[in-house]
Design a protein around this ligand. Structure first.
Ligand SMILES: *[C@@H]1O[C@H](CO)[C@@H](O)[C@H](O)[C@H]1NC(C)=O
Ligand SMILES: *[C@@H]1O[C@H](CO)[C@@H](O)[C@H](O)[C@H]1NC(C)=O
Ligand SMILES: *[C@@H]1O[C@H](CO)[C@@H](O)[C@H](O)[C@H]1NC(C)=O
Ligand SMILES: *[C@@H]1O[C@H](CO)[C@@H](O)[C@H](O)[C@H]1NC(C)=O
Ligand SMILES: *[C@@H]1O[C@H](CO)[C@@H](O)[C@H](O)[C@H]1NC(C)=O
Ligand SMILES: *[C@@H]1O[C@H](CO)[C@@H](O)[C@H](O)[C@H]1NC(C)=O
Length: 366
């Protein structure tokens, strides 16, 4: 790790017609950039809670598509930084966990989280796609990537600890806003996202969570789930999902009870109760999203979602901070919702851009 010893406190004066003559922020810049980091590049918003990577050199090298494959011990992850990444401006971080048999590259493709122009808190976001370790698969004799919390997870792997170490390394090497870390995932990765939300140390690391078509086996959805704070959740599930059925199952087709998963309506209600919210009530159900509805604090869904319903918890008890949003999509199978069918199923909306990022945008740890 390269740690720069020169910490420069910069006081920037911005002329303003709004009666705010001084804009002060401190940047611990490298020797190479301390004099040039100010001026035109001054961010238009407060710097947020800058991670160590805002003030020390990075060991990461990005290619001309702004990607880097990082190995960390026996683990690996793919990073995409936005085209306008600025090493002195804290950026939001979205971690996205792949499904069973998936990998980092596939997760990037199905989510679109590395697309041009995506913003969180008005700035480009850093997207990170970690790879799971190889587990025994569903038959016990294969070698297939998977996350903790499933019957086919690699035994003895602590993916919670890995996630913490990865976020620490990212924080040391990139300029991130530690109040704006977000977790998302599909299927087995969605189940793991739920486990992160249920675990106090990671429920307090990430500001909000997006489990998509989550594989909520017992190991990913513990009966004693107790995050220690109300946790903002946005969840999507297709009614035609045959892998993780919306209605839940007591066992898989082979009769294996370790493949039991909950009724998704009850899963959402459990989160609402845990968050101290009222149940996802009938009055909150929007039968069709033909008009604007709010997703949480005040993120808005403003365009139609055909064949989709949204059930929300009434969270006035926590000032609508940790609203649980449950999108149910008629006809959709085990897919990340997108208009281009990037993950198989075609929907009238892109969950990433229409719903997940606006929801994340409204939630920070501040
Ligand atoms: C900002 O980060 C510091 C150091 O990690 C932490 O002690 C502090 O609580 C954070 N502040 C906020 C407002 O999150
Ligand atoms: C990262 O690894 C993948 C898979 O091996 C490869 O296709 C891709 O080109 C690599 N990207 C970079 C930036 O090294
Ligand atoms: C693994 O076991 C399954 C079920 O017993 C069998 O059908 C399959 O051929 C085996 N695969 C390998 C790679 O040995
Ligand atoms: C799922 O849970 C909801 C709410 O408790 C219930 O109304 C519904 O009947 C359940 N579905 C099945 C298939 O049991
Ligand atoms: C929905 O929200 C959009 C964006 O905020 C706004 O422009 C539009 O007027 C709203 N439509 C209705 C019907 O409230
Ligand atoms: C969804 O994303 C795809 C791929 O990026 C894009 O082509 C399409 O226009 C998007 N659809 C909507 C409704 O935003």
């Amino acid at each position: 790790m390269l740690v720069n010893s020169l910490f420069a406190l910069l006081f920037l004066t911005a002329s303003s017609v709004n009666g705010l003559p001084y804009r002060r922020f401190h940047t611990r810049a490298t020797a190479a950039t301390d004099d040039s980091a100010s001026g035109d590049a001054a961010p238009s918003t407060a710097p947020g809670n800058a991670t160590a990577g805002c003030s020390q050199a990075s060991t990461y090298t990005f290619d001309d598509t702004n990607h880097a494959n990082i190995t960390m011990g026996d683990r690996s992850f793919l990073i995409h930084i936005p085209a306008n990444y600025d090493a002195t401006t804290p950026h939001a971080l979205v971690v996205s966990f792949h499904g069973f048999k998936g990998n980092a590259q596939k997760q990037e493709k199905i989510t679109g989280l590395s697309q041009k122009g995506l913003l969180l808190n008005g700035k480009g976001l850093v997207a990170v796609y970690p790879n799971g370790q190889f587990g025994p698969g569903k038959n016990g004799n294969e070698s297939i990537r998977a996350w903790q919390g499933a019957p086919y997870s690699p035994p003895g792997i602590d993916d919670i600890a890995f996630t913490q170490q990865m976020v620490q390394q990212l924080s040391d090497n990139l300029c991130l806003d530690s109040n704006r870390f977000y977790a998302s995932g599909k299927s087995n990765g969605g189940g793991f996202t739920n486990l992160l939300a249920c675990t106090p140390s990671t429920a307090s690391l990430f500001a909000a969570f997006a489990p998509v078509s989550p594989a909520l086996y017992a190991g990913a959805n513990p009966a004693d789930c107790s995050p220690g704070r109300p946790v903002p959740i946005i969840n999507f599930h297709g009614l035609a999902d045959k892998i993780i059925p919306f209605d839940g199952q007591d066992a898989d087709k082979e009769g294996r009870t370790e493949y039991a998963t909950p009724n998704i309506t009850e899963f959402r209600a459990a989160w609402a109760a845990r968050n101290g919210c009222d149940a996802l009530s009938a009055s909150a159900l929007k039968s069709a999203l033909k008009s604007n509805v709010t997703l949480g604090v005040n993120a808005i869904v403003s365009h139609p979602h055909t064949d989709t319903t949204l059930k929300q918890s009434d969270c006035s008890a926590n000032n609508n901070h940790a609203v649980v949003n449950g999108f149910t999509i008629k006809g959709l199978g085990h897919s990340w919702p997108s208009t281009a069918g990037l993950d198989g199923g075609v929907t009238s909306f892109n969950a990433t851009t229409a719903n997940i990022l606006p929801f994340f945008d409204m939630h920070s740890m501040e």
